[in-house]
Design a protein. Structure first.
Length: 193
């Protein structure tokens, strides 16, 4: 009986890990220089890129720089106003986009308008956010599901703490639960016989 309970609780724990939540925070790119620039950033299975023509499309202020919105850490800034920044999984599969933290590019409390585009492979929806005149990062919650790509365009800005997850594979999950319960039932019947 104890063995069966242990197996059942292990199966439930394993299934609870299917909603693979991730926060992309860029802290692994923290540095002490004034600024470092990138054409794209690959992290945690996602690719973040900007469509501008310069070699310094995305950047990170030094961790103690006055412009850094995530003091002591790293927030990425978009170097060209009006350019499009996007995030998608490196393997092109779908994901859920819960929230993102934003600040103006120089972290001075400037207002900024940023339009987000959410692609799900069949259609695109749009939402515009406006940064309040606050210094530091502001969290914007979207809770969009089953996307293939998210992009944003607008004023120069900094972004950090992108909260994403991969969708729970519902039919497969139920099939695994069914197989597991069938296996437990069969093992119990054999033991009783």
């Amino acid at each position: 009986m104890l063995h069966t309970k242990l197996l059942l609780s292990s199966a439930i724990f394993a299934l609870s890990t299917f909603a693979n939540a991730t926060v992309i925070d860029f802290n692994h790119l923290t540095h002490n220089d004034t600024v470092q620039t990138f054409n794209s950033i690959n992290t945690k299975g996602f690719v973040i890129k900007n469509d501008s023509q310069g070699n310094d499309r995305l950047g990170i202020w030094g961790k103690n720089d006055e412009f850094q919105a995530d003091k002591g850490h790293a927030a990425v800034f978009v170097n060209y106003s009006g350019s499009k920044t996007s995030i998608e999984q490196a393997n092109k599969s779908s994901f859920n986009f819960k929230s993102i933290d934003l600040a103006d590019v120089f972290n001075k409390g400037d207002s900024a308008s940023i339009q987000f585009s959410f692609f799900n492979g069949q259609s695109t929806t749009f939402e515009t956010v406006v940064l309040d005149r606050l210094i530091g990062l502001q969290t914007f919650v979207f809770n969009k599901k089953n996307l293939t790509k998210v992009s944003w365009v607008g004023s120069n800005s900094q972004f950090d703490n992108i909260n994403i997850s991969t969708p729970v594979p519902e039919p497969e999950t139920y099939a695994l639960i069914g197989l597991g319960l069938t296996g437990l039932w069969s093992a119990r019947r054999r033991k009783q016989a």
